[in-house]
Design a protein around this ligand. Sequence first.
Ligand code: F0G
Length: 481
Amino acid sequence: MNKIKLFSGEQIPMEMHKVKIVQKIQLAPTSKRLEALREAGFNTFLLKNRDVFLDMLTDSGVNAMSDAQQAAMMLADDSYAGSQTFGRLEQKCQEIFGKRHFLPAHQGRACENLLAKVLVRPGSVVITNYHFTTTKAHIVLNGGTVVEAFIPEALQTTSSHPFKGNMDLEKLEAAIAEYGAHRIAFVRMEAGANLIGGQPFSLANLAAVRNICRRHGLVLVLDASLLADNLHFIKEREAECRGMSVREITRGIADLVDVIYFSARKLGCSRGGGICTDRADLFGALRELLPLYEGFLTYGGMSVREMEAIAVGLEETMDEDMISQCPQFTAFMVEELARRGVPVVTPPGGLGCHINAREFLDHVPQEQYPAGALAAALYLISGIRGMERGTMSEARDAEGNEVFADLELLRLAVPRRVYTLSQLTYAVDRITWLYAHRRLVGGLKFVEEPKTLRFFLGRLAPLSDWPERLAEAFERDYAQL
Ligand code: F0G
């Protein structure tokens, strides 16, 4: 099911599931939200969930499980070694991805740690369609550097390019020529490229990347954490794939790559992660590290319940009704906001709605973290928690200088099967009000700045009393309604 047509001619996305279990949420008053924001050092990561109304921070580990997943969790076979649960998960991964070997890991970044330890050496280079924060951190930690080979449209916030996550083949060839194949640890394709707004690659582009890798003897790694969204977009936007089933497209992708790893906090709507490969040499090297960092080979840091949920979740991912939900609800938000003149990333991607903070707050310079300021401002006036995806999410260089992000985005994730259309309509309304009052929002500065992944735990302060003035304006306007 894609969209439902209404008699008015309008189309709306439709939930192809019904609610069986609910969690009560509450909307704290503005004054309480201002207090909570101060306590959190103006960093939405540090807010307490009890003060949050709609948690759109991430789609990681917060997707709604199905009844079938919950039922499977009850059948989990608890044992340190050789559990039947592991056998079921291994078999499901083998069936869906067609790779012989499966290694469990406690989440996506654990897979990245293992892969970087095995493949990256000091001086190594990893070429990617776009980096992800934790991936880059692991590569750098092992002495490597990341070379981005994105297409020009990737950084154009408004575009009609259907596959902004494609790799630029000329840049890939040029990087191989510049560094030499021997220095390239691997080429990494990220499905639903997270940091540019959940933007997909096409199957045709992946095939072309594969051909280049094969010619130069390079390992091709797929980060499949956001594969579900990418599958939906391939089916919807790539004419050659329209007649293929989701399962066929998945196998088409898997057959082109040497290694697949994923965060099951996203893919399969559960927790945990894993690595799949046919390469016996890589499998052997990774397997040696697994008991050291993750746990025994048949659980890898996951509970058996999580593993059962992944096995069922991966199977559910092969269903178009399931994988279209997040992209379509995202598209609803993007289209409604764009109609109201709010600068959003287009075309809509997966994962969630992305607001272009650089344009939204064009009076806040990059060194004052416009995307972080926008995240704080939106929470203050709505109780909605989004995530900064801009300069705050970058690390300073070796000399301590700011590295400005290519894009300053506020990400409003749409966790799968969680929020309803009325909740997204509320979000659209409050963002629209904020856009009309954007000049009231000012910048932020760090007051506590961790060296690694500073966006998680860093504390900031506003550069003026803008939060108080914004809260007053909001209260005044909505009190009149
Ligand atoms: N790769 C991608 C593309 C991701 O989006 C993430 C996590 C990871 C790897 C790491 O996986 O969290 O299980 O260790 N993204 C989360 C997010 C954190 O909010 O976008 P993990």
